[in-house]
Design a protein around this ligand. Structure first.
Ligand code: GTP
Ligand code: MG
Length: 355
């Protein structure tokens, strides 16, 4: 009889039922402790699984022998993880080694249709086929192909890992109004009261068909109604702190500039800053300013176009059957290939298997 071990027999992820098998020395006793009652060999029992005083789930417990018990649980990943930790056994992560297996593991979390199609192509061997073709290329072709693969993979990454797009600017600039337009629903409060937004609000949406994580934020400067001589109230100050942090982390910052918005503060952040004049329908507005309130469709189009231009993105992410680097492992593999050694690398045995 081997040591106690717990295996997941059903596929990983959410499903109606998860089946776990407890095997080895003490399996029957450990299952009995989980069910809070002794179990008999050969029995099939509907039991409540418990951890101390906590009720975990109802499960069907099938006892094949003293060293083999099956637990049929509701298919919830957190519940399965909990059973593993309660039994005190670490859960072996299945080792996804080939690029096809790794792409398949990512498929479930693809952020949009294009991302899913890109991954599906890699599951079906598109990247492997692309790299296998390197063997028959001369130096010039290889250099061109290396550059093309790098660019294709850069573009695909935006479909696989949505960039963070922050709406920032002074109070009352129209950030929340634009946020609602871009997410397509009344997600956040908009009001003439300065300092309405305090929390950071994140919503996954699309710009020009590309998935993005869009953030609304508190105004970074400008007077706030209710602020006394002592300055901002602590909650407003906290909102500004969060907005500044978001600024550091954003890939793209739309910096909203309303008419009479006051002098713009110098913004520092790692991302690309795109100034966007707002409230174009008001007197004194900058020419070309968008008007999210008066013409939401045009405002969304303008933001989409500026987003796509800033990141040099094509109209669509997915080109059927194209091999791309799709995860950190494959990207660092390419970086590790010195451009000058491509031919030697491509000729080495097992070149593609190192991915
Ligand atoms: N005329 C006009 N008014 C607008 C436009 N966009 C927003 N507003 C109005 O401006 C006011 C402020 O809009 P919000 O979207 O709440 O502005 P905000 O930048 O989120 O403001 P805070 O959260 O307070 O920092 C509201 O009364 C909006 O209706 C616009 O394009 N034109
Ligand atoms: Mg707001």
């Amino acid at each position: 009889m081997g040591d106690l071990a717990l295996f997941e027999l059903s596929p990983r992820g959410s499903g109606a039922i998860s089946v776990l098998q407890l095997t080895g020395r003490g399996a029957l006793q450990r299952a009995g402790e989980l069910c809070g009652k002794p179990l008999l060999v050969g029995s099939v029992t509907l039991a409540r699984l418990r951890s101390g005083d906590e009720d975990l789930d109802e499960a069907l417990v099938v006892v094949h022998g003293e060293d083999a018990v099956e637990l049929h649980l509701h298919g919830s990943p957190p519940l399965v993880a909990r059973i593993f930790s309660d039994i005190g056994l670490s859960r072996e992560e299945p080792e996804a080694r080939t690029p096809e297996e790794r792409a398949e593991a990512l498929l479930e979390k693809a952020p949009g249709e294009d991302g899913a199609r890109i991954l599906l192509d890699q599951v079906e061997g598109a990247l492997r086929r692309r790299l296998e073709a390197w063997g028959g290329m001369d130096d010039d072709e290889l250099q061109a192909e290396y550059a093309l693969l790098t660019e294709d993979s850069r573009v695909a990454r935006y479909a696989l890992e949505p960039p963070r797009v922050l709406l920032a600017g002074p109070v009352n600039a129209g950030k929340s109004t634009l946020f609602n337009v871009l997410v397509g629903s009344e997600r956040v409060i908009c009001s003439p009261q300065h300092g309405t937004t305090r929390d950071l609000v994140l919503q996954r949406t699309e710009l020009a068909g590309w998935p993005v994580d869009l953030l609304d934020s508190a105004g970074l400067w400008g007077s706030v109604r209710g602020a006394g001589a002592g300055g901002l109230d602590p909650v407003e100050a906290e909102g500004r702190r969060l907005a500044r942090r978001a600024l550091e982390e954003a890939d793209i910052v739309f910096l909203l500039e309303p008419p009479l918005g006051g002098p713009a503060e110098a913004l520092s952040g790692a991302g690309i800053c795109l100034p966007l004049a707002t409230k174009g329908d008001l007197p004194g507005a900058a020419s070309g300013a968008l008007s999210a309130a008066a013409d939401p469709g045009a405002a969304a189009e303008l933001c989409s176009a500026r987003f796509r231009a800033a990141l040099a993105l094509p109209v669509r992410a997915w080109s059927p059957g194209r091999g791309v680097l799709f995860d950190p492992a494959s990207r660092s593999w390419l970086e590790g290939l010195a451009a000058a050694d491509l031919r030697a690398a491509a000729a080495a045995p097992g070149f593609v298997d190192q991915l």
